[in-house]
Design a protein around this ligand. Sequence first.
Ligand code: GCV
Length: 837
Amino acid sequence: MFRALLVVVASLNIVTAENGLNAWLRYAPLQNVNSHHLTLPSTIIALNTSKASSVYTAGLELQKGLQGIFSQVVKISNYTHKTSSALIVGTVDDYSKIYGDGDDAPDLDEDGFWLNTKGDTIKILGQNERGALYGAFEYLSMLAQGDFSGISSVNNPNQPIRWVNQWDNMDGSIERGYGGPSLFFKNGGIVDDLTRVSEYGRLLASIRVNGIIINNVNANATLLSPQNIQGLGRIADVFRPYGIQVGISLNFASPTAVGGLTTFDPLDSGVISFWTNITDQIYKRIPDFAGYLVKANSEGQPGPLTYNRTLAEGANMFAKILDPYSGVVMFRAFVYNQLNESDWKADRANAAVQFFEPLDGKFADNVVVQIKYGPIDFQVREPVSPLFANLRNTSTAVELQVAQEYLGQQCHLVYLAPLWKTILDFDLRVDRKASKVSDIISRERFNRPLGGSAAVVNAGTNTTWLGSHMAMSNLYAYGRLAWDPSDEPEDILQDWIRLTFGLDPKVRDTITKMSMQSWPAYEQYSGNLGLQTLTDITGNHFGPKPQSQDDNGWGQWTRADHTTIGMDRTVANGTGFSGTYPPEIANMYENIATTPDNLLLWFHHVNYTHVLHSGKTVIQYFYDAHYSGAEIEQTFVKMWESLKGKIDDERYEHVLYRQTFQAGHSITWRDAINNFYWNLSGIPDEAKRVGHHPWRVEVESMVLDGYTVVPVTPFETASNYTAVITSSNTTAGIATMKLEFASGTYDLAVNYFDVIGGRAHWQVYLNDKSVGEWIGNHEDTLGHAVSVNLDGHTASRITFKGIKIAKGDMLKIVGTPNGTERAPLDYVAVLPAGVID
Ligand code: GCV
């Protein structure tokens, strides 16, 4: 149990620049410590001093933490004689052996720990060494938050598997990674310097993650070369002191790709020998290797179906080979085929149950089926995957995604713990009995041997790890929820805030408010009513492109036409998906009257004029939600600005930059989605906002010199569907116009497109006096997936605040191209105080 009781301390007003590397393990100095609340330990007694031991790591971490928080060096002693005010860290067994008085230690589950800060001696005792390290991190987390209470607390994990997955490629890139290149790989091999890997291990251990898959599920078989297996060994050596076991993703076709065989049939004896040999080599170098993660027969990846073998036969082949080593197979349920949209019954959401339910009970005991939280793919809102209810005789794990692939790619603040909570807390009512997802993956509900969680993290070499300081709350929350799914997202968040940004209540309250509003706001301005994130699903998954959902085989359809929208997933008339849930849940979703509004269009195909439970029509709800979501985003900038001086400048500016980008991009989202559905449905916004922009000046209507008007694709991602670009790659363009707004003070927002291929330069003038300038360098500063086109991914806004404008002033924008970036402009918004346009 984590605690958050604060006593009489305040943090120093920290202004030292910080780059994020230490994340929530900063151990920032505390000020005004009321010393009678805490006597610092005189000695740290670590009951194992071998360097590879997690207990030794715990001792070092405690020393580091105490030094950071209290500016005192406490020595680590080899001498186990118990002195008063010692801090003892080790396993329960070692403690009992050495001191003979371990009987008061409670029973602990694997990886559990007991933290006893009452009495003369502080005891941090783990069921195993990993548990002892977790206890040390827990104690330091309390101290760093100013909590010096005397406790005797037993902490056991809810689930045995608490892993992270990295989608790192051997060339050093990371699929869906937004925090820089790989920590592990470069040029086809393992990097030489593993310093950052060790630091990653420290972070992961502090949130009680006990396993990591280090390479992409779209796996490259060359990872299995003898040289790379040695490299894996080096990585495992670095993670071992942190209690983290290393595993890898496998390419099912490795026997043909690198083994010289002509088949990868899992029942072929040559194939089995190939994998046995590889596995033996790995365990020879890494005796505590965690096991394999397998993506088979999915999105072009090879698998057993090629040979008419079942997915279970494929998984069990690995399971049998791993079994003597106690390794596990994480077998992904993300298996689906391209579909024909003209078939009203076709549904990708049905795929996992169709493939896996018939195999229930056929998987070996050391196989865990790893299931994405929703039936499609990490969307902003999905119902819980019904597969959890359909595998009673199979161990399962939930797959979450810290990497915000469809949720703003770490350039939008989206605190995900509330989303994950809706999944973990969801009661599937199997056999009309309580069947929360968290109880299924914890093994409790179906009494399985294994179970747990995996999160796709995709941390990179950026010092912020994920590309964004704020996104780190998601990694922190993942670990906390995997350990204890009953934890509350807001409590977790506040611990993270205190550890990351200090103890100032204003900082805590402000970041709490921003973060807790962030997922609902993102849902509002991206895709709502269960329609999924309306991003470019056939492209880079970042900006808006609602038309990409339909007219292809990917099965993320909205089935939107001029009058209707939504997937009919009912049994009565649709794809039958609702019927894959246990009856109580199936009935709820089958019936439009009992389907919650936020999943209406996931389950039902309705008219735009269908009236929701909320009383609004679907289309009006769309318009309103997109306006409301974007409006909330504008407040985040102001909220963040109110923290200036309370957070070091380096992190303050880094976050401000992203919040400012998000505020602008949320307007792009709002307008794109609203324009798209307004065009499609022809139904106007009752509030007359959609298509009406009284404070905008379209650049194409300005006097243009050296600028050419171009259409934008998709049309809805530019105001008035057009933009301007310089007439050539080498000559500047000028756009001028006399402003006819009443004299006053305005914010001047300029919407432009920041494409890759160059770093164009723009200058804005009023009556030839400079207002400001900027460079199109988001490819250097943001880190989301890029685009060469004028579209929803590149649409950006810059705002110059508090500009005095007199009626008749001449506005001039000069755009200088660079490379292939031809200084594209969309519109200028001249905004009176409080207006968002
Ligand atoms: C690693 C989605 C992502 C892919 C990812 C895949 C998966 O389709 O866009 O990048 O592949 O999911 O989870 O396997």
